[in-house]
Structures are given as structure tokens and as C-alpha cells.
Design a protein around this ligand. Structure first.
Ligand SMILES: Cc1ncc(COP(=O)(O)O)c(C=O)c1O
Length: 371
């Protein structure tokens, strides 16, 4: 069989002359950190989501960590979350000495199942940490009904909108966004925590900067803090990315539409759920579930031989060795999550992807699946 050397990559950021110019401007300004672009990036991000505050931080993970600290999660607490996520959402709970209590996911949306979350609540539950996985809005009204504090993992969900018109991350709970290179908006690495309360904003601003309040003297610290700062170079890139965000989101949605059409006839292949009930996905990845009975590793190898990158995405967190060994998890606890995790496959997906590339991926997948 011939091996295709023209690879279709998994992801590709959209960066242009604007970002180049903005970075050079920061370099020439001499103010590489703690400069004016941080508050500007925060203001514009908060404005876009319709929230009072946003705090720029070094990653989505550090946003989650500071969000959990802001709502007071600590030693001995339980936080209910999804086992079908990137590992950082559960890790952030462990950083605080709390226990991640997993609940199964909804088979359609792949987000935390509100009924399973409700069943997992105990007297030690101090918060919920839903994840808007693959950019599909979690059922926030159902989760909010319990009256527990919430931190949202919106790292994959920039551009998503809830049925009531609220942007995901705009409900006033601390909501974490990530700006790694494959995200809807990238700063290389980076993150943002949107916040509804001025008190939370002050605490997060201090804790990301080694526990120093803005009115305190240099090298004076009145609480434990971290270095979770974003640089001005990253903020400058983020501001340019915000300018082009609507276009990039529209391009991603178009690529998803091409995929839907191209893959529609492949029997047994499950596609990402369609928007329903007014919820709108913010497209981040295009993840399919291979047909039952198909061997995913063979599919990945077959695609690679045809010049198409793909990745298993995501493994179940509770079955990772750290979580098994530390918390005693075993297969069978969360059957929906485990079934989805075993069959999930991320296909190449990025705003500049062409219809021809999508067709190539679809054709390769059809061949490999023998459809
Ligand atoms: C669902 C989810 N949570 C958390 C993170 C962590 O974000 P970061 O890699 O910016 O720390 C990511 C990003 O990879 C993610 O996809």
C-alpha cells in the first residue's frame, strides 16, 4: 500500500501578522510582565462573556485551582465532577486536599449527568465541578438547583452558549478557560478565570501573584500564593486572538458541518451530538466514537498509514493509574463514561482545515472501517 506523505495534522493555530506585531510591540516596550495588556485582556474577555470580572492566569489548570480556592474548597471536602474530562479538572480538586467524587456522564452530551451528580451528593460535598466537554454546554440549571458552590471547567468551551442565551462561563460561577495552542483562542499557554464576585476577583488576583494585594509593598505577602501569572506577551497575543475569535469560531463550525456530511453514511460511527434545546456548542474538537466491535488502535494505525493523524480522546480519569491507586477506582463504576472513553477518537480539526482535507479524512476512515 502507498504511504501518503502529505499529513493532515490534528490541530493548527491561526496566528497572523497582527500577533507578530503585537508581540514585537511588547518586546520593545520592555514591560514583559505585570504590564497594561493583562487588565486590557481581562476587561475585553469579561465584556465578551458578559461577566463582571476576569482574571488572566498561566493556564486552564491554574484557573481551575484558583477557582476552587476562591469558593473555599479545602482539605477533606468532596467535589463532584466528571470522569470524562482532561485530567486537570480532577487534579485541581486534589491540589486542594479534597476528593474528586466522580459521577457518570450523559450518553448524548458526554457532560456530567445531573441525576448521577445529584445521587453522589453527601454531607461532605462542598462543590460541583462540571466540565463543558468538547465545547458542549453542561446542564447548568439542573446542577445549580442544589444550591452548592460551582466551579465550571470551560477550558474547551469558549463560544458555547446555554439555552437561556448566557454564554458558557457567563453565569457568575468561577469558570476556567484554557488557551493552549489547540484551543479556540490561544496564547501558547495561558488561561482565564471569569468571576461574578469582586471578592473572588481580589483573592484570585492576589493568589496568582504570590499572595500580594495590589496596595501592598513590593515583596510583602499577606497570604499563601502562587506564581500563576500570564505574561504581557501572551496577553498581547490573546487580545489579537479575541479580535479574530468570531471568525475562527465560525470556521470551526463550518469544518464540523463538512465532517457531519462527509461521515453521515458510515454505519455504526457515532458523531458529536447536535445542538438541542437551544444549547449551542463552541466547537473545539471533532470527536467520533468508533463503531462497537471496531478496534480503535487498528483504526488509528490505518489512518496514520493514510496520512491522517488521530488520537484517543479522552481516557476515563478514574481508570488512570494515579486515580486507581490513590482513590481505589475500578472498571465498571461509570459504565457510560467507560464505554465512550474506549471508543472515542479525535479527528484532525482546526479553523483553516479545508473541505478537501475533511473529505480525505472521511475517505480514509471509511476505508479503515471497511464501510
Ligand atoms: C477540559 C479541560 N480542562 C482543563 C484543561 C487544562 O488546561 P491547560 O492545559 O491550559 O492547563 C484542559 C486543556 O487541555 C481541558 O481540555
Amino acid at each position: 500500500m502507498s504511504v501518503d506523505t502529505d499529513i493532515v495534522p490534528m490541530a493548527q493555530p491561526v496566528l497572523g501578522e497582527e500577533e507578530e506585531r503585537a508581540v514585537i510591540e511588547v518586546l520593545r516596550s520592555g514591560q514583559l510582565s505585570l504590564g497594561p495588556r493583562i487588565p486590557e485582556f481581562e476587561r475585553r474577555f469579561a465584556e465578551r462573556l458578559g461577566v463582571p470580572h476576569a482574571a488572566a492566569v498561566s493556564s486552564g489548570t491554574t484557573a481551575l485551582h484558583l477557582g476552587l480556592r476562591a469558593i473555599g474548597v479545602g482539605e477533606g471536602d468532596e467535589v463532584i465532577t466528571s470522569p470524562f474530562s482532561f485530567v486537570a479538572s480532577a487534579n485541581a480538586i486534589v491540589y486542594q486536599g479534597a476528593t474528586p467524587v466522580f459521577a457518570d456522564i450523559d450518553a448524548r452530551t458526554l457532560d456530567l449527568d445531573p441525576a448521577a451528580a445529584a445521587a453522589a451528593i453527601t454531607e461532605r460535598t462542598s462543590a460541583l465541578l462540571p466540565v463543558h466537554i468538547f465545547g458542549y454546554p453542561a446542564d447548568m440549571p439542573a446542577l445549580e438547583a442544589h444550591g452548592l458552590p460551582i466551579v465550571e471547567d470551560a477550558c474547551e468551551a469558549l463560544g458555547a452558549v446555554h439555552a437561556d442565551g448566557t454564554p458558557v462561563g457567563g453565569r457568575g460561577h468561577p469558570a476556567a478557560f484554557g488557551f493552549y495552542a489547540n484551543k479556540q483562542l490561544t496564547t501558547g499557554e495561558g488561561g482565564m478565570l471569569t468571576l461574578g464576585s469582586a471578592e473572588h476577583k481580589a483573592r484570585v488576583d492576589s493568589e496568582r501573584n504570590q499572595g500580594r494585594a495590589p496596595d501592598m509593598g513590593w515583596l510583602d505577602h499577606d497570604r499563601l500564593g502562587f506564581n500563576y501569572r500570564l505574561t504581557d506577551i501572551q496577553a498581547a497575543i490573546g487580545l489579537c486572538q479575541l479580535d479574530r475569535l468570531d471568525g475562527m469560531l465560525a470556521d470551526r463550525a463550518q469544518v464540523a458541518g463538512w465532517y457531519r456530511e462527509a461521515l453521515a453514511g458510515l454505519e455504526g460511527l457515532e458523531l458529536p451530538c447536535e445542538d438541542a434545546g437551544g444549547d449551542v456548542r463552541g466547537w473545539f474538537v471533532f470527536v467520533v466514537q468508533v463503531p462497537r466491535g471496531a478496534d480503535r488502535d487498528t483504526v488509528i494505525r490505518g489512518l496514520r498509514e493514510r496520512g491522517v493523524q488521530s488520537k484517543p480522546y479522552l481516557p476515563a480519569i478514574h481508570l488512570m493509574s494515579y486515580y486507581r491507586e490513590t482513590f481505589g477506582h475500578r472498571p465498571g463504576e461509570f459504565p457510560v463514561c467507560e464505554d465512550v472513553a474506549e471508543r472515542s477518537l479525535a479527528l484532525p480539526f482546526f479553523p483553516a482545515m479545508t473541505e478537501g482535507q475533511v473529505a480525505r479524512v472521511a475517505e480514509a476512515l471509511a476505508r479503515v472501517l471497511d464501510r
